[in-house]
Design a protein around this ligand. Structure first.
Ligand code: G16
Length: 548
């Protein structure tokens, strides 16, 4: 059946002044996206910037949050009017970010539009987001998001067709005028891809040996993927996946897999008789949290551990080509790369910076402190992939998470790491504070407290080795004596006020100190940044709102 009512026509509109994509796409409050023509303007700007998308095929899906379904219907109308001939959409409008990234490559599509505000809360009062991914499956690079933003400032018309709602509740094909819309099962292709990456036979022995795991889908998109992979294909018992049903408001929770927001999982893993292995993913399925029995693993440590053990999994049967981490991510992985003789790249925060490196074959393992890990199988970070990577290592080594981490630290030392977030800051004040910090960071050399002294400073600038594009002002680093570091940057993913992130790391090489409490181990660095920044005076705050 063809649901078309009217062929394409132009609609007059007025530009919005706030459609600048941040670290990962355009993120705003739902209410902003619900304003008349807000979605249409942004989508039209994508087509004005990339007219070559006309005549091609597009993948569309999202994390199922509130407004996902309405936004998809609007997007169908605008992209068909702009000449897209094929749309591949996940059933019920669902696609995890890594599954969408895979689907773009797998179906040889030209691009993808992913609807998600990732780990940000959902619901009518929550956040929404739109990301554009490119033909390689990965996030659009800065040069393209900048051009789209420029277009949004002057867009005066958008194209649209009129049509009845496309049925997204069942798989199948619908004709929308000249375009074919195919609604597909969002899980199968992705689950099949995972089977090519890891030793599923070895992992299947874990439940047989009585090893239990719990996976918290946080009422977000990974529930159906996790049930299919962990329970149906790997044989972990039903109920292994908790909060498995994707909900529009994530059950009122904050789908960020960290010890603060995944506390249900965390409490379970810290209690007596807990399963041996725990994990979680976020709103759109690209982040991961790994926690062993009474043994949380920081994302930076997880990256280092995976790098050191990559030779154990089929995905890396040809070895590690190179590793990339974002600048604020701890240097734990650097020591692994050095020992293995594998090149290491340090990029700004944002997965979009890894895509070119992977396309050029320079790296095939990437990770970020913000709970993102991924390989070259897709061009996004991938939560379930990281969990399977861990399971594969545990299955073939028969070690516990605690033992494998302790062995790792014995070899490489332990890098204590924390991130202190100061959220809800006044935007103007935060941006003035940060500009001043960038200008004056050099003056901090020589300052210190309790034997910790600033040795050098840097305002991080990145030159993409494949395009020579420069990204400057990507955060301020203070290097301290004794392999310690403080990093400061403003978040690019929030929707309310500004967030200052302070990253702390310290290398510990004395085995007897490996079990020190993380906060205690970093107390000197905490005192140092509080003294250096004088946040009470500059921003009117003293304590971080979140520590992860
Ligand atoms: C996004 C990006 C990540 C980045 C994270 C935090 O993740 O894809 O690369 O590390 O935001 O960014 P910020 O520190 O600027 O808030 P996600 O999972 O939100 O898409």
């Amino acid at each position: 059946m063809d649901v078309l009512v009217n062929q394409g026509h132009s609609v007059s509109t007025e530009p919005f002044d706030d459609q600048k994509p941040g670290t990962s796409g355009l993120r705003k409050k739902v209410a902003r996206f619900q304003e008349k023509h807000y979605v249409e303007n942004f989508i039209q700007s994508i087509f004005d910037t990339l007219p070559e998308l006309a005549g091609g095929s597009l993948v569309i899906g999202g994390d199922g949050r509130y407004f996902n379904d309405q936004a998809i219907q609007t997007i169908i109308q605008v992209v068909v009017a702009n000449g897209v001939e094929k749309l591949i959409i996940g059933k019920d409008g669902l696609l995890s970010t890594p599954a969408a990234a895979h689907l773009i490559r797998h179906t040889n599509s030209d691009a993808g539009i992913i609807l998600s505000a990732s780990h940000n809360p959902g619901g009518p009062e929550g956040d929404f987001g739109i990301k554009l991914n490119m033909k390689n499956g990965g996030p659009s690079p800065q040069s393209i998001t900048d051009a789209i933003y420029e277009n949004t400032k002057s867009v005066r018309t958008f194209k649209k067709i009129d049509c009845h709602s496309v049925d997204l509740a069942s798989t199948g094909q619908t004709q929308v005028g000249p375009a074919l819309v195919e609604v597909i099962d969002p899980v199968q292709d992705y689950a099949d891809l995972m089977e090519t990456q890891f030793d599923f036979d070895a992992i299947r022995q874990m439940p047989v040996r009585g090893i239990r795991m719990v996976f918290d889908a946080m009422s977000a998109v990974t529930g159906p993927y996790a049930c299919e992979i962990f329970e149906n294909r790997l044989g972990f018992p039903s109920g292994t996946v908790i909060n498995a049903q994707p909900l529009k408001d994530f059950g009122g929770g904050h789908p960020d897999p960290n010890p603060v927001h995944a506390h249900e999982l965390f409490d379970r893993m810290m209690s007596e008789g807990s399963p041996e292995f725990g994990a979680a993913s976020d709103g759109d399925g690209d982040r991961n949290l790994i926690v062993g029995r009474s043994c949380p693993v920081s994302p930076s440590d997880s990256l280092a551990l995976l790098a050191a053990n990559a030779h154990l999994v089929p995905a890396f049967s040809k070895g590690l080509a190179g590793i990339a981490r974002s600048m604020p991510t701890s240097s734990a992985v650097d020591r692994v790369a050095e020992k293995l003789g594998v090149p290491l790249h340090v990029t700004p925060t944002g997965w979009k910076f890894f895509g070119n490196l992977m396309d050029a074959g320079l790296v095939n393992l990437c990770g970020e402190e913000s709970a993102g890990t991924g390989g070259a199988h897709v061009r996004e970070k991938d939560g379930i992939w990281a969990v399977l990577f861990w399971l594969n290592i545990l299955a073939v080594t028969s070690k516990s998470v605690q033992d494998i981490m302790t062995d790792h630290w014995q070899t490489f030392g332990r890098t204590f790491y924390q991130r202190h977030d100061f959220e809800g800051l006044d935007e103007t004040r935060a941006s003035e504070f940060f500009s001043a910090l960038e200008k004056e960071a050099g003056n901090l050399v020589g300052r210190g407290v309790d034997g910790l002294t600033v040795v050098s400073t840097e305002v991080f600038e990145y030159k993409d080795p494949t395009t020579n594009e420069i990204a400057n002002n990507q955060g301020v680093q203070l290097f301290l004596d004794g392999h310690s570091r403080l990093v400061f940057r403003l978040s690019g993913t929030g929707t309310t006020g500004a967030t200052l992130r302070v990253y702390l790391e310290r290398l510990e090489t004395r085995p007897e100190a490996f079990s020190t409490d993380v906060a205690d181990s970093l107390s000197g660095l905490t005192k140092l940044y509080q003294e250096l920044l004088n946040l009470k005076h500059s921003l009117g705050v003293t304590e971080p709102t979140t520590v992860v």
